[in-house]
Structure formats: C-alpha cells, structure tokens
Ligand binder design. Structure first.
Ligand code: ARG
Ligand code: GLU
Length: 696
C-alpha cells in the first residue's frame, strides 16, 4: 500500500511538472488524451474534436476575432466575458441608457440588440497541410524565395479545399513555419446583445484587481447568434431566427473543488515560448519599459478625466481598458521573468542545446543559431524600441497623431491611382467617424502632451491642437472632400498633418524597413531553431505557439504560493466581494441589490456545498490573451467556469511558462447563473440552458 502510494506520488509529481501547452484539438489522441485522463478527465479525444459527429468544438466560437465564446443553449445563446462584449455594451450606452454602469437585460428576443460588425466564427474542420505547403521548399532558398514558394503552394491548397460555399477557409503556420494547418470555418454575422451585468459586477475591481488574485469579478456578458431560416449564417435581418447549434455546453451546478480536472477550449492569440534568452532580455529590459512608460503617461491623463466627467467616462471606457490592460500585463511580465530567473534558465537550456548539437555532429547545420540570434538582436535593438514607441504614440494612445498617421496613407494612395485613393478616402472617413464618436479634444491634447516627449522630446508643440481641422469631425471630413489633388493640398495645409508627416515618413522610410529587414532574418532563424530543438532534444514537450487558432489546454484547479509563507486558495466567495466593497468607489462599489442578496444569503441552487456563493477560481491551464471568454470544461464535458484572466505572478507565461506560479482565472459559472437569475431576474435565459449535476 505504502509502496503504491509512493508510486502514485511520483506519477502525480511527473504530471504536475508536465503541465502547460496549448494543443491542436485534432491531434489530441495519444499523449494529450492520456495526460488529460490521468488528470481525471473522462473525455476522449473524439468527444472534444470530431469531424463526423458533433463534439465539444462545435460549441466554441471565435468572438470577433479577439476573444472566445461558447454556445450554452439550443437557441444559440452565447457566453463570453464582459470585457469582450465591452465595446458593444459601450456602443449601446448613453447618459440616459448607461448599460456600462447599470447593466442591460433583454427580457425577450425582441429586446436583444444587434451589433454592426460583430461576428462569431466556428471551426468546422482542421487539416494538416504541411506537406503540400512545404513542397519544393528547400534549405538552400532565401527566406524570400521560400515565402513565395509557400504562397504559390497555399493558393493551390486553397483552390482544392472541399467545403460548403458559405464556409470560409484559412491556413496558418505552426511551430514557426515547420508545420501548416488548414481551417474550414463557419462565420455568423448576426450576433445580438442579450445581457450584461453592471460594471460594478462585470468589471468589479477594475484596474486595481486586473491581472491579480484573489479576484471577485463577474466578468461575463451574454449574446445570441441568429441565423437564416435554414440555420445558415446570414447578415443581420429582423427575419433571422436564433441559431440551432451542433453542440451546446451543459452547465454543471456542482462546480469544482481543488484538484479537479479542467480544460480550456478557445482561441489563444499569441505566445512566444521558444525565444532565445537574448530576445527575452531585450523584451523585458528595453521594449517593455518603453511601452509601459508611454501608456502610463497616457493613462494618467485619461483616468483623471474619466473620474470627473461621466460623458468622458463613457467615451473613453473602452479605450482606457485596452490601454491599461496591456500596460499592467507588461509590468507583471517583467516582474515574473525576473522572479523566476527565466533568462538564466533559458541560457542554461541553450547550453544544453549547444552540447547536444555538438554531440550529435550537427554543428554545421545548427551550430551558429544561437550566435546569430545574439548578433541580430543586438543589431536591431534601437530600431525595435523606436518602432514600438512610434506605434504606442501614433496608433495606440494619441488620437490626433493617429488621425494624421492614417491621413498620410490617403496621400500615399493618391500618388498610386484613383481607385486606391477612393478606397483610402473611404476608410479614412469611416475611421474619422469612429474616432469622433468618442472623442474629447482636451483629453487627447493632454495625452499628446504626456506621450510625445517620450517619443520625440525636441518636437513637442501642443498649439497644433488649436489650429488643426482633425479635432472637429465636420472640419476633418471637409479635408477629404474633392479630388485627389485637392485632398493632398488640404492635408498639407493642416498644421497637425504638417507636424506629424516627417515623423510618419521616418517611420515608413527608415524604422519599418530596418525593422522588417532584421525581423525577417530573425523569423527565419526562429524557424530553424524550432526545427533544431525538436530534432536535437526530442524528449522535451513541444506545443505550437498560440496563433489565434483553436486550442485545448488543460490542468486542474489549484492554488499557488506567490511569496514566502503565503498560499492562495483557489476559490473566492461573495464574502470577498463584500470585504472589498467601498461605497461609491469607481472600482469597488457593489450594487445595493447584490448586497441585499448577500445579507439574505439568497443563493438558490447556486451555493457551494459550504453554503457560500463561489465567485472565481484558479487553474493550472496555460492560457493567454484571446482565451478570454473561453469555457472551463469539467471532466465530463460540462461548463464550470469562464476564463478571463491570469494571476500577476504568472503573466510572463506568454514567453516563459512556470507551472509553479502560472494560473488562469475563471468566473465560477454558478456566479454567472446567480447574477442572471437572482440579480437580473432573467429567468427565461436560465430556462433555455441545460443545468446538470455530474457529481451527484
Ligand atoms: N486582464 C484580462 C485580459 O487580459 C482582463 C482585461 C479586462 N479588464 C480590465 N480591467 N481592463 O484581457
Ligand atoms: N483577459 C485576457 C483576454 O482578453 C485573457 C487573460 C490572459 O491574457 O490570459 O484574452
């Protein structure tokens, strides 16, 4: 007995040391399937992904290309995060109907709100097309030659795909271009807003709690997919009907306990797990600090304005959240890389790699890789930092500079052809209208004064704000009236345009080409390095970096120890919401109704076995941006959680995953249902779901 226990301990230890990875759902048979089962899953690879029968994957939708969502009823009800539906919630909001602040609940199908431009995409089928994509590609080719051969191959593969005419198709590189997979997709464009809690629930804790555990946020919103009468994708029409999905996720009312298996199914955006140490050094010591500095400066201005003016709060809510989110993540990433000693660990690993290359007599092929990385990264450090700073100032934070930057593209198009000019003008007009829908010139001017010194300290001139046409929608639109020549003349007479143009030209003529030149070589090297790793050290665990394609990651419910003597429990309760409550605070206010329900302990069927109402929980699932809104699925295939974040100590997992402290954060589905049912009274939504008790 004792002996068995020891063996089990070793097996369990091995497994826990082996976590991490975002796996391709069509390739789970074998290693992943047995790993999942040893963690407690009863699911087979085919339960998760099957082409001929409905499977879990049919419930998982890419939400607007950025987040994940899942179908939770036979009538196309769709669950995602509050922060994923945020810009839709925001765009339906006004001072009179402040859905951001008060929440929104459609009490019937008629009240569900259409969202122009919003779409959800499902994966019909995944195919390995590596052979066809790389046919005729040789090591002797330059990166350019390789790419053009690959492009030709891609056209041929795409032409030959068998699919329904309404299906989409795309091909993506994996393992740094050593493998290629094809995705047949089905995209729905009529997706309506059904419900959202107030921000004091959906965004509870706001920036202070963002990326942090313990967490008490009800980060969810609900949409519905509509289809035409044949259940096919269709543009918005009032004649469309709720979509009947191939699969929807039943919801478990039994929740989770520490040690339970969980699986996250979704569309992780981007990771970089196979970078050389020198790259991580550059990211954390040069690039991140530059970007953090610029965003911090912008946020100071935006935050201060949002706090004192409700109109500005609504206008800038979505932009502020976007800017603040990455800002805080980069800070955490830097801390995590430092704390785990990731750079030294990578260097040790590289020494092992170099030794193995030698031992296997592969020096001629792979002996120069690491040295070449060193050289290339040092070559482009300055331009890399400068280019990133340009993007932060001219695209991410300062709206006047963004308008001027885009306007140069119109001038550029005018030099090419009438058709190009017309197209650029139209997209500029759309962009101006988009920006001005939520624009406050004083806020933007403040942002300009804060960020421009960090990009070009010798050329700060806020007086451009007083004379430019861009800060007023009508005047800005007038710049783009007339033929190409007139528009170009108008633009070049505008002070902000005159001001920005030399910097934009420097970006296009110098920064971008210099960056791309080195970056192309780095990418080619990274392709080689990935190949070499898998060949020379075949026993390591290799999963392809995230690339916004459908992936499965799995682990178990687990707390962690962030610092000496501290252990974080993996589950939070409503009691913690009340502990954090600060009346009237912009981050920690709690709605009266929720406090009342807490006083009455009126949790209905949603309480945990200890009588408390669970809010959030932690898992060892390896996730990243894009996994927001992903379902956490239990050992039987039921929905138990909604992924929305990672813990502060583990945000470096995009470049270095450490199973000791990397945790994903999920909302407990019982909290979601409690809010829908007891808080909002939207019981008709509960009625269309399938609630189950797998543990009884
Ligand atoms: N950090 C999470 C993610 O990366 C949640 C972001 C939304 N919340 C916020 N306070 N901005 O997207
Ligand atoms: N909040 C992230 C998102 O929007 C998910 C958290 C993460 O980056 O892991 O996708």
């Amino acid at each position: 007995m004792r002996f068995l226990k020891i063996i089990f301990f070793f097996i369990a230890f091995q497994l826990s040391a082996q976590q991490g990875g975002m796996w391709i759902p069509s390739l789970l048979e074998g290693m992943n399937e047995s790993e999942m089962q040893s963690l407690g899953s009863t699911l087979t690879a085919k339960d998760i992904y099957d082409v001929n029968n409905s499977s879990l994957k049919d419930a998982i939708g890419h939400f607007n290309g950025g987040c994940t969502s899942e179908v939770i009823s036979p009538k196309g009800l769709l669950l995602t995060n509050h922060h994923c539906g945020y810009s839709q919630i925001q765009s339906h909001s006004s001072l009179e109907n402040d859905y951001l602040k008060n929440g929104f609940w459609a009490m019937s199908l008629e009240e569900e709100l259409p969202n122009n431009g919003l779409y959800v995409e499902f994966i019909v089928r995944i195919e390995d097309v590596t052979e066809a994509m790389l046919s005729g590609v040789t090591d002797a080719m330059t990166p350019r030659e390789k790419q053009s051969k690959i492009d030709i191959n891609q056209n041929n593969v795409l032409k030959a795909v068998e699919k329904e005419e309404w299906h989409g198709v795309k091909i993506r590189p994996f393992y740094k271009g050593n493998q290629y997979y094809l995705f047949v997709t089905e995209r729905f464009d009529d997706v309506r807003l059904v419900g959202a809690p107030p921000s004091s629930i959906g965004k509870f804790g706001s920036d202070t709690d963002n990326w942090v555990w313990p967490r008490h946020t009800g980060d969810f919103s609900i949409f519905r997919i509509y289809a035409d009468k044949n259940n096919r994708p269709a543009q918005y029409s009032k004649d469309n009907v709720p979509y009947k999905p191939k699969h929807f996720l039943p919801i478990s009312l039994d929740g989770i306990a520490e040690g339970d298996f969980t699986m996250i199914f979704g569309f992780p955006g981007r990771t970089n797990e196979y970078l050389p140490a020198v790259a991580i050094e550059q990211i954390t010591q040069k690039v991140n600090p530059a970007k953090i500095g610029i965003r911090e400066a912008a946020l100071k201005v935006i935050d201060a304005n949002m706090k004192v003016d409700d109109q500005i709060r609504i206008q800038y809510a979505s932009k502020q959240a976007r800017i603040a989110n990455a800002w805080k993540k980069w800070i955490g990433e830097n801390l995590g890389i430092k704390k785990t000693g990731a750079i030294a660990i990578k260097k040790d690993f590289e020494n092992e790699f170099a030794k193995a290359v030698k031992a296997q007599g592969k020096d001629a092929q792979y002996g120069n890789l690491l040295g070449d990385f060193e050289k290339l990264y040092s070559d482009f450090e300055d331009v890399n930092v400068k280019r990133n700073s340009f993007i932060e100032v001219f695209i991410r934070t300062n709206e006047l500079m963004q308008m001027a930057f885009r306007a140069t593209q119109v001038e550029n198009a005018a030099l090419q052809s009438d058709a190009a000019f017309e197209k650029a003008r139209q997209s500029m007009i759309d962009r101006l209208k988009g920006i001005h829908k939520n624009y406050n010139v004083n806020v933007d001017k403040g942002v300009y004064k804060a960020v421009m010194p960090l990009y070009n300290p010798d050329a700060v001139d806020a007086s451009i704000y007083d004379k430019t046409a861009f800060t007023d929608l009508d005047k800005a639109l007038a710049l783009f009236e007339g033929d190409a020549e007139t528009v170009v003349k108008n633009l070049n007479n505008d002070v902000a345009y005159q001001y920005a143009k030399p910097m934009v030209l420097e970006f296009y003529m110098r920064l971008e080409p210099e960056f791309q030149e080195t970056n192309t070589q780095i990418n080619a090297l990274q392709t080689q390095y990935m190949k070499a790793l898998m060949e020379v050290m075949p026993k390591e665990r290799y999963f392809p970096d995230a690339n916004s394609t459908l992936r499965v990651t799995y682990g178990k419910v687990n707390g962690y120890s962030p610092r000496d003597a501290i252990y974080y429990n993996p589950v939070t309760y409503l009691d913690g919401v009340i502990e954090k409550y600060v009346p009237g605070d912009y981050e920690f206010d709690v709605p009266q109704k929720l406090r009342d329900l807490y006083e009455l302990k009126d949790y209905g069927q949603y309480a945990d076995s200890n009588g408390k109402l669970p809010i959030c929980f932690l898992g060892t699932n390896h996730t990243t941006g894009g996994n927001s809104g992903s379902p956490a699925i239990d050992a039987e295939g039921n929905l138990v959680g909604l992924n929305f974040d990672r813990v502060w100590e583990g945000t470096m997992s995009d470049i270095y995953y450490d199973p000791e402290i990397c945790r994903n954060i999920m909302v407990d589905l019982r909290y979601v249902l409690f809010i829908v049912d007891k808080y909002a009274g939207a019981t008709h939504l509960i009625d269309e779901m399938k609630l189950v008790h797998p543990k009884r």
